[in-house]
Design a protein around this ligand. Structure first.
Ligand code: MLT
Ligand code: ZN
Length: 460
């Protein structure tokens, strides 16, 4: 047994240093479906000093450390693929400050995203980033993955809201990059560097977030189309009319068919696509704006358009979209959800190609996502045993074709889930060797022994 675990147990108490197999099971997986990768220990930190201690000792003893928020990542970023320690910040759940004058929140990394949103709204403020898992993911994980969500179309992703960080490097050095002010360009954009670094640069111990005033009102419409091309035209028409909805979501026929039995909205049989368009802002301007967006859908050939009459109906209609991913998961033995992003003008072509890829590899495909951003969750589904060599080869073939087509349409491998271990082998398809090399050097500057979340993002 490595002596570091005894030292940690002595310093932090055995309740915070989990070693037994049964307790470690919960830290061996995330939402990627990859693994299990049980760590040798999971250490539950309560403070920056404890994070510093773990990272100092791990550096001295050359033990890999994998930072973990609440384990909702979709690409294996929090998996202990090289053994060692999982450092969990799940207990650091304090909202230290919500300041309506400065429009700032200061939080610990284990705060659940939805909890901060509710606290901000109770103070008349607004924290926009809304990953689908917002009820169970943490802000530390959101920063590590630079999480997005439906509202990114108008408000941008997590990066836009992180203005300051307290972060600990491998070895235990504490850094406080960023600021509390509305603007600031002192030095390099180190905060930007850490956002989306997938836990390979440092472990956040405190996050300073920008807040916005809470929008006065929200309005939503759901439009049904016979096919996704018409839905794509509606999305373009809404944007061309000069509207900036906070969310513009799309679901294809296969997604709709999975959701229909559970949906509170009676989706017509034969629906080929659904668009959900949500606007927010000045109460008086909202009603005419949502009417004009509905008109744009009608003009693009919608077979049905419903505008939410009240808040309860708005929430019910959103459910149609929110239950998509869980419905797909429950219906099939195997599901992998990609998060490719293509230029908006290429959405219809990408959907056509996804259909062809499914047919070519004899796999069911379901696509939904943040169409306003061109960010599509292409789900590859099967009821066969995905571990069987022939099935695995078909899945890999389909994924390869999805990424090839995405890149040929000038898209990118990941719009919001990150690379982790799920997509690292495709990195050279998108990025030149020189660019990958620069990023690897940067990593080694911050973590010369390559111990913090090793083996992630880049091909090994
Ligand atoms: C979503 O937008 O629903 C998630 O990012 C994707 C997923 O859970 O597959
Ligand atoms: Zn998403």
């Amino acid at each position: 047994m490595r002596p570091i675990f005894d030292i940690l147990a002595r310093e932090l108490g055995t309740a915070k240093v989990l070693r037994d197999e049964a307790r470690l099971e919960a830290y061996a997986r995330d939402e990627s479906g990859l693994g299990p990768y049980p760590p040798e220990a999971a250490v539950l930190c309560d403070s920056v000093e404890e994070i510093q201690l773990v990272l100092r000792l791990a550096d001295e003893h050359r033990v890999p450390v994998v930072p973990r928020g609440l384990g909702t990542g979709m690409t294996g970023g929090a998996l202990a693929t090289h053994g060692g320690i999982v450092l969990s910040t799940e207990r650091m759940q304090r909202i230290k400050e919500i300041d309506p004058a400065d429009l700032v929140a200061v939080v610990e990394p284990g705060v659940i995203t939805g909890v901060l949103q509710d606290a901000a709204e109770a103070a008349g403020l607004f924290y926009p980033p809304d990953p689908a898992s917002l009820a169970m993911c943490s802000l530390g994980g959101n920063v590590a993955e630079n999480a997005g969500g439906p509202r990114a179309f108008k408000y941008g992703v997590t990066r836009e809201y992180v203005i300051g960080l307290e972060t600990v490097l491998m070895g235990g050095t504490r850094l406080r990059p960023g600021r509390r002010t509305a603007k600031g360009v002192t030095g390099y954009d180190v905060v930007g560097l850490f956002c989306g670094s997938e836990g390979t640069f440092g472990v956040s111990s405190e996050i300073t977030l920008k807040l916005l005033p809470k929008p006065q009102g929200v309005a939503l419409l759901l439009a049904v189309f016979a096919d996704p091309v018409k839905a794509g035209e509606a999305i373009t028409a809404i944007i061309r009319k000069g509207y900036r909805p906070r969310a513009l979501e799309l679901m294809d026929r296969a997604s709709i068919d999975h959701v229909r039995p559970k949906a509170t909205y009676p989706i017509p049989v034969g629906a080929g696509a659904i668009v959900i368009c949500e606007l927010d802002g000045d109460e008086a301007a909202l009603a005419p704006a949502v009417e004009r967006c509905a008109q744009a859908c009608d003009e693009s050939g919608a077979t049905e358009v419903v505008i939410a009459a009240d808040e309860a109906q708005r929430r019910r209609l959103w459910e149609t979209r929110r239950i998509t991913s869980p419905s797909l998961r429950h219906a099939h033995r195997y599901k992998v959800s990609e998060d490719i992003c293509v230029p908006r003008s290429a959405i219809a072509e990408m959907l056509r190609r996804v259909d062809k890829i499914g047919a070519r590899h004899d796999l069911l495909m379901a696509t939904f996502g943040h169409a306003g951003d061109g960010n599509l969750h292409v789900n590859v589904l099967t009821d066969e045993d995905h571990r069987e060599a022939a099935v695995a080869a078909r899945i890999q073939g389909a994924l390869g074709d999805i990424f090839k087509d995405t890149l040929s349409l000038r898209g990118t491998l990941s719009g919001e889930h990150g690379i982790g271990i799920a997509k690292q082998k495709y990195m050279p398809w998108e990025q030149a060797p020189e660019l990958i090399e620069v990023q690897k050097k940067l990593k080694l500057t911050l973590d010369p022994k390559n111990l913090l979340n090793p083996g992630k993002i880049f091909p090994t």
